[in-house]
Design a protein around this ligand. Sequence first.
Ligand code: DC
Length: 224
Amino acid sequence: MKKIIIAIDGHSSCGKSTLARDLARELGYAYIDTGAMYRAVTLFFLEHQVDWNNPEAVREALNEIRIEFRVTEAGNQTVLNGEIVESTIRDMRVSDQVSQVSTVSAVRRAMVSQQQAMGHKRGVVLDGRDIGTVVFPDAELKIFLTASPEERVRRRFTELQAKGIAASEKQVRENLLERDRIDSTREDSPLKQAADARILDNTHLDRWQQLALALKWVREVQGI
Ligand code: DC
């Protein structure tokens, strides 16, 4: 069966990674969590006090950063320079800075070229903000995922609580709306819907309903 690239873009906390993981599992594809890559860079910058407004410091730091994904029994793990950072990169201190770091063009260039190298053989699902517009504009299936802001805050808050990560609902709302604002208005590769993306609004859909719809689209583009 023809292997394709599936690009999922959308605002923060609308369930992109859940859909991406579910699709990857159903299709036997690799999953590339591009947000985790920007989070890992942010974690490195914070831990090494890298001033991301200083191009030379950013260039040097990027040379020292190696990001990989490891599939373990616990699921997809983000690995930064050999260390599993999957849960650390979800901390509020990283969430509060990641959108700023993601505006830095040198960071974006480095991440995009790694993502293109990881996905060039196809048979991959990527989720992020610029996948269908910049990383893989030739992806066979582009999904623009959306949900109401209230629903997104509720989901993120519940998710953080379940993981035992401390944050109030107010903090979660402010962080989410601020990230939406920065991600959609930045100069380099802002979040926007690709002209040929299919919109999936999952405000009133559960996980399995959204998966069923996305799988129907996969079969359509595969001509089945
Ligand atoms: O998907 P996420 O919430 O984990 O992403 C974290 C941040 O990374 C998000 O606020 C913007 C940035 N990001 C990006 O700029 N481009 C991507 N392809 C993915 C994420």
